[in-house]
Design a protein around this ligand. Structure first.
Ligand code: B16
Ligand code: MG
Length: 218
């Protein structure tokens, strides 16, 4: 069997932390009287923490000093971490463990490629940190998705070329990043939204072992 790099996004792919990001941002938005809905939350998927705050402030036309913004960023992360602290392995999305186990059984490098600066504690909480050969997260890169930096660094860590790398992503920006790097992009979520992905699945339960074997041997 051949070897590929399998790169996983975190939020929306392995776990659904978007709901916790939403609750923590909502608290900030409420104090500023900014209307922040679940639809608005979609705009924050795959986007960095700093950029997320800019988007929220933009919704309410709120201007602020750097100092004030840093205060909100810290507050939001503290609240978010309190939600993370309560997570356990029941929050791993359906089908993820079967796919991770299949890849491990076939000696494929498994890499995390996430915008989050909290990726390690989350993987620890849901007890799958040891599945990952390497982690590339928001602490390691300076360019956010759709820039492909996070995935390119991930492929290098697995000693694989971009063309031999496969990316699982739930965000439009992440699919764009994978495509720009000439990696095989797999959209997890609605195909109508992730229409630039090479392959689309609603979730990991739809991904067969035959399909994974084909990816490895292509
Ligand atoms: P943090 P992903 C992203 O994770 C989230 O989708 C996005 O909503 C969040 O703003 C970003 O991480 C930064 O997260 O505040 O924990 O550093 O989808 O790239 O795994
Ligand atoms: Mg994501």
């Amino acid at each position: 069997m051949k070897t590929k790099a399998f790169i996983f996004d975190l939020d929306g792919v392995i776990v659904d932390t978007a709901k916790y990001h939403y609750l923590a941002w909502k608290k900030i938005a409420d104090t500023l009287n900014i209307d922040f809905t679940h639809e608005h939350n979609e705009l924050l998927k795959g986007v960095s923490r700093v950029r997320s705050l800019e988007i929220i402030l933009g919704l309410g036309n709120v201007e602020a000093t750097e100092e004030q913004k840093n205060e909100w960023l810290n507050q939001k992360n503290e609240d978010y971490l309190a939600y993370i602290d309560k997570m356990d392995d029941s929050e791993i999305l359906p089908g993820v463990m079967r796919v991770l186990n299949f890849l491990k059984d076939h000696n494929q490098p498994i890499i995390l490629g996430s915008a989050s600066k909290n990726a390690r504690p989350i993987l620890e909480k849901v007890q799958i940190l040891n599945y990952f050969d390497d982690i590339v997260d928001g602490n390691d890169v300076s360019n956010a998705k759709p820039d492909p930096e996070v995935f390119i660094v991930g492929a290098r860590k697995a000693n694989q070329t971009n063309e031999n790398s496969i990316v699982f992503e739930d965000s439009v920006a992440g699919i764009e990043a994978a495509n720009t790097a000439k990696m095989t992009s797999i959209g997890i979520g609605e195909a109508s939204i992730l229409n630039e992905a090479k392959f689309n699945f609603n979730n990991f339960e739809e991904i067969s072992e035959d399909f994974l074997a084909e990816l490895i041997n292509q």
